[in-house]
Design a protein around this ligand. Sequence first.
Ligand code: AMP
Length: 431
Amino acid sequence: MSFASQNFSQDIVRALTECGYEKLTPIQQQAIPHARRGSDILANAQTGTGKTAAFSLPIIQQILDKPKSRSRFNARALILAPTRELVAQIAKNIEDYTKYTDISVAAVYGGTKMSSQEKKLEPGVDILVATPGRLLEHMELNNVTLANLEFLVFDEADRMLDMGFITDIRRIMGDIRNQPQTMLFSATFSAQMNKLAGEITRKPKRISVSPENATADTVAHVVYPVDQERKRELLSELIGKKNWKQVLVFVNYKETANELVKELKLDGIKAVLCHGDKAQSARRRALDEFKEGKARVMVATEVAARGLDIQGLPHVVNFDMPFLAEDYVHRIGRTGRAGLQGHAVSFVSRDEELTLQQVENLIKQRIHRVQLTGYEPKSRDALLNKIHNKAAYRDRQGRTNNPAADQSDAERRARLRRAVLNKSKVTKLKK
Ligand code: AMP
């Protein structure tokens, strides 16, 4: 199904052709006809399926169909997304789609100056893409009004809820006076999500391009069982031996990310960092270096990597298994996008086996295990012994090095002695 057959204006079709889009992706085939008619939409769409175009093209076309002169601080369409990267990505896509029109697009997100965003908002914008927190700041300063909003989109809505944006969302909704066409896109649907969807949409068309909580078919999943302390070595070995050229590595903590980048560099592998403590400009630089192939590895934490669109990314590695099984779906969604083949590798230590099980239940798929010789995890007994020895060592260290520990230990013994003495006194009295 071509875009021209969907009655999009020549200006849109021309821009899409330049983006290399020929046919509609499945989510676009399902969403676009309903969205063009103005229906609310509830879409279960995983990342990388072409959902940005699915919600933005119908909005762009409707704005072109009903041109209005801009009024100060006014926004006609609002797209909410959880992270700066995703907001920047969506805004960039929409700018590409609208390059032959006079539709204006503004992106607002934290980590950059308010003033430059304020300037863009002042004359009024057609399409505003925003993170909830920064949008509220602008709303409080009266830099933008949503009173006449005509279109509202929640992208990666599940992530917005996970990140605790629900209060911000409710405050934003409180400012909207009319009933905009509302579209909600989410890779996963929890009870809380369904509740929110019920509150903000009217008779929505429900669409789904894959079974709930599934990952793209184009991704091959592999698990390497390995002890936590051997993961770094395993990563360097796989990158070197298999000659992986572009690898996005997910870790759970910023500290792990910093450490890992240093270690990889020592192994001669150029790696860049993408985590929440890095300034927006540094994150963008890292991403550019990674996209251009100047760095072979990008080590990222979950939140920072949200919404990253790296064309043709071949490998994603879960250095740490995510805390939430749902996050596996999002992480893996960075590869195997737009029909290309992807490779998802997870390093699973003994204490992450439960998460692996939860992931397999969620994606309804058993992931193939590959045991690399020399990296066999220690047996459970050895692990327990190690934990025991570590505890005993810490205990000894604590007693010798830590006066506070000594003191509390002495106090505890004294309390115990007093209690025993009192008890014997009571016993004597009773007698
Ligand atoms: P998204 O799910 O919106 O992040 O899109 C994933 C990737 O697919 C992006 O790189 C888009 O530019 C690309 N894409 C979206 N729609 C199409 C299409 N109809 N044909 C080819 N690529 C597309």
